[in-house]
Design a protein around this ligand. Structure first.
Ligand code: NAP
Length: 346
């Protein structure tokens, strides 16, 4: 059987904030069968993860493009590969059978042909909705868990600040920190997001950074006794303000710097005298280096989900044609929680 496979490409490299006209919806005919002797797997994509780091892959140049195979530069015209959940529709690989669920690197398209078996794994939903395996039990959750526990090395009672706190990674960092016994303040870009953090997710406090004219004094107000841990999702001036408010031996986990992704002129310039005299550790990390905690992450988080201690915040759009607007929305603060695009019915 042949289908018309819709997919999304970039028209040219994107070096600023992404916009609708940077993307193109294309279609190609795809045979839903594999050639005899081939070990390819053809999957029907169900849910796609929408992630800020993809913008760095779409640039003409970014130092990130050489770091990992998953962060390599995207060529205009090719389908954008991305993490997600899919169902096998045809397989020449004995490890995967038709009808099985898989999770891993698929693409911004309706069907993907997986040519390297290590790009996908079988998925056991463990009784959870499939979307959880894109977000809270997927890369976002693993990033929040590894970044908080492995990089920040928290102690109970420490004071934690999280930026982009209503986002996919940020909301989970705040929840892990609260469940662990820390004092947690988050910042986000709207009143609705701030209310969510305080009223539903149990943050001790939260504020709208867009309403603050002086971020350093805002953080002094929220942390009169200083910050021990800053989980940085945004970079630039928020990182500078957090470092200015850190306590001695404070830790900054630099998870991402989204405010710098679309503005080449933006940089964090934290006061290095503060860094020296307060003996602050500023450490960037990539989740893929923390496979050692993956098992703990899945078992701890599954338990917290079953006991309803962990809340799941998802923001789901539908249809492959809506992936560009979902992606663009990340840089405009339009998403609340994990942004996912549903491609097809389960
Ligand atoms: P997300 O937080 O769900 O979505 C992005 C959010 O960032 C937006 O909703 C917006 O929220 C905020 N934002 C956008 N532009 C901003 C700006 N100029 N200044 C301040 N905030 C801005 O995305 P995510 O998937 O959870 O990713 C969060 C960060 O983690 C990103 O930097 C990402 O690259 C990084 N990450 C790193 C790893 C790793 O292995 N190191 C893995 C996954 C993700 P507001 O309304 O609050 O502005």
């Amino acid at each position: 059987m042949e289908v018309s496979n819709s997919y999304i490409t970039i028209k040219t490299h994107i070096n600023g904030a992404p916009k609708e006209s940077d993307f193109e919806l294309k279609t190609a005919t795809l045979a839903l069968s594999v050639e005899p002797g081939s070990n390819h797997v053809i999957v029907k994509n169900l849910y796609i993860s929408v992630d800020p780091y993809q913008i760095n892959r779409m640039k003409t140049h970014s130092s990130s493009q050489k770091a990992l195979i998953d962060s390599r530069r995207i060529t205009p015209g090719e389908v954008v590969d991305a993490y997600g959940v899919a169902k096998v529709v045809a397989s020449g690989n004995p490890k995967f059978e038709k009808g099985e669920l898989v999770v891993g690197r698929i693409g911004w398209e309706e069907h993907s042909v997986i040519k390297e078996e290590n790009l996908i794994n079988k998925l056991d939903p463990m009784g959870f909705p499939l979307t959880y395996h894109v977000g809270v039990l997927g890369i976002s959750g693993w990033t929040a868990y590894a970044g908080f526990f492995e990089v920040c090395k928290p102690k109970k009672g420490e004071k934690v600040f999280v930026s982009a706190a209503s986002g996919s990674v940020g909301n989970l960092v705040g929840q892990y920190a609260k469940l662990f016994g820390c004092y947690v303040v988050g910042c986000a870009g709207s009143k609705q997001k701030v209310e969510l953090l305080k009223e539903k997710l149990g943050f001790d406090d939260a504020f709208n950074y867009k309403e603050e004219t002086d971020l350093k004094s805002a953080l002094t107000r929220y942390f009169p006794d200083g910050i021990d841990i800053y989980f940085d999702n945004v970079g630039a001036e928020m990182q500078e303000a957090a470092v200015a408010n850190m306590n001695a031996f404070g830790r900054v986990a630099v998870c991402g710097v989204i405010s710098e992704y679309t503005d080449a002129g933006k940089r964090a310039a934290p006061d290095m005298i503060d860094v020296v005299y307060k003996r602050i550790t500023i450490r960037g990390f990539l989740v893929v280096d923390h496979i050692n905690v993956y098992g703990d992450f899945i078992s701890t988080t599954s338990d917290q989900l079953r006991s309803r201690d962990m809340h799941v915040i998802e923001d789901i759009a539908t249809g492959v044609e809506n992936i560009p607007s979902a992606f663009i929305g990340l840089f405009r603060g339009e998403n609340i929680g994990k942004k996912i695009v549903k491609i097809a019915e389960e």
